[in-house]
Design a binder for this molecule. Structure first.
Ligand SMILES: [Mg+2]
Length: 373
């Protein structure tokens, strides 16, 4: 089968860049978007921040008080704190997605600031044209919105995704089919989207730190150290096998759990703890039944029944709890509207793939799976 040419586009520090442009801010000043820090006494969380703030170790979903400790605002420091304007991001995202879709061909929005495109036909199978395509898109996005975006080009979603991380911000990286081993070899296992910190730490204890180390150990040894399934998965990734070939479940069903609070909660840190425990339960269930997924979705219901769902998909199906904990925390942090009482929180694993068990059993499990706790 002819190789596909896939592109992953990732906007650089998206929310922060939109705010910087909108308010004409100096981008070298740390900018932290999140709930009111109340001079370090706030109980909310960080939604996201710009590169200048990341240098101080500020991260999405971190308590806002911790962010203030690392990087205070006036009068103690020069960081800018703001609540953020969700409507602005949605509008900018829609415009970017339109620009990306103008290329034509299969398109998948992975989150508010990320998308995958299969440009094989659009570029006539020409890898040089694929670079040209990315340069054009970068220019068009910058011209119409002032934003920068990074692109990765590869024959699988995961190679494209890893490529877009290489030269951030405003970067382009292409991995040709015969460069896969040399591209992946020196990289740390942690850089593979979908490998959680627990797995990579376990492998590091055996001296396996880079993807090259893992390749050298071989699939059998790796299987003994972690699990056979994981080893097979990793070698598929390394060999550039398309994750699209795995059998996607027929239906669009998902596994999910949600919690309705007896009393509406105002404390974002506390809601985040509830969300963590839902994710752990969902992923335990998925793992037990041999199901993995590519989509994590967080549902937030505010007082008065207003409900929103926010999703993010990853390049390959995974059943690693750490991966989905990170995704769900990020989604919650990015999208929760600070200061509004929350009635319900939920998590759903979607775009499901099955590894081993029979379809009939699986359907029974899924039918019974959306429970309220
Ligand atoms: Mg981004």
């Amino acid at each position: 089968m002819a190789k596909r040419i896939l592109i992953h586009c990732d906007l650089d520090a998206f929310f922060a860049s939109v705010e910087t442009i909108h308010h004409h801010l100096d981008e070298s000043r740390p900018l932290i978007i999140g709930s009111d820090p109340q001079n370090g006494h706030g109980r909310g969380i960080v939604s996201t921040c710009n590169y200048a703030a990341r240098k101080f170790g500020v991260r999405s979903a971190m308590p806002i008080s911790e962010a203030w400790r690392r990087c205070p605002g006036p009068p103690m420091g020069e960081a800018i704190y703001m609540q953020g304007t969700r409507g602005l991001y949605a509008r900018a995202s829609r415009k970017v997605m339109q620009i990306l879709q103008s290329v034509g061909g299969p398109f998948e929005k992975a989150s508010i600031d990320e998308a995958y495109m299969d440009v094989t036909e659009a570029v006539g199978g020409d890898w040089d044209q694929a670079i040209k395509c990315c340069t054009d898109l970068q220019q068009e996005i910058h011209a119409s919105l002032g934003l920068t975006a990074s692109f990765g080009i590869g024959q699988t979603r995961i190679l494209a995704k890893m490529g877009s991380e290489v030269n951030k911000p405003n970067g382009i990286h292409r991995t040709l089919p015969d460069e896969i081993e040399s591209f992946l070899g020196p990289r740390s296992l942690r850089e593979i989207p979908g490998i959680g910190p627990k797995t990579s730490t376990k492998l590091a204890e055996w001296g396996i730190e880079t993807i090259g180390d893992a390749m050298q150990e071989g699939i059998l040894t790796l299987g003994r150290h972690v699990s056979e399934r994981f080893a097979e998965w990793l070698f598929q990734v390394i060999e550039g096998e398309s994750s699209n070939d795995v059998s996607l479940l027929r239906s669009r069903k998902s596994i999910g759990k949600e919690t309705t609070f007896p009393k509406d909660l105002m404390d974002e840190e506390l809601v985040l703890e509830h969300l963590d425990s839902l994710v752990i339960k969902v992923m335990e269930k998925a793992r037990k039944e041999g199901i993995s997924g590519r989509l994590g979705e967080v549902k937030i219901r505010y007082k008065g029944f207003e409900t929103h769902s926010y999703g993010k998909s990853i390049p390959v199906a995974m059943d690693d709890v750490d991966v989905f904990l990170r995704i769900s925390r990020q989604l919650f942090a990015h999208f929760v509207q600070s200061g509004r009482p929350i009635r319900l929180i939920g998590f759903r694993l979607g775009n499901l793939f099955q590894s081993s068990i029979k379809q009939t059993t699986l359907d029974q499990i899924l039918d019974a799976s959306l429970e309220e706790e």
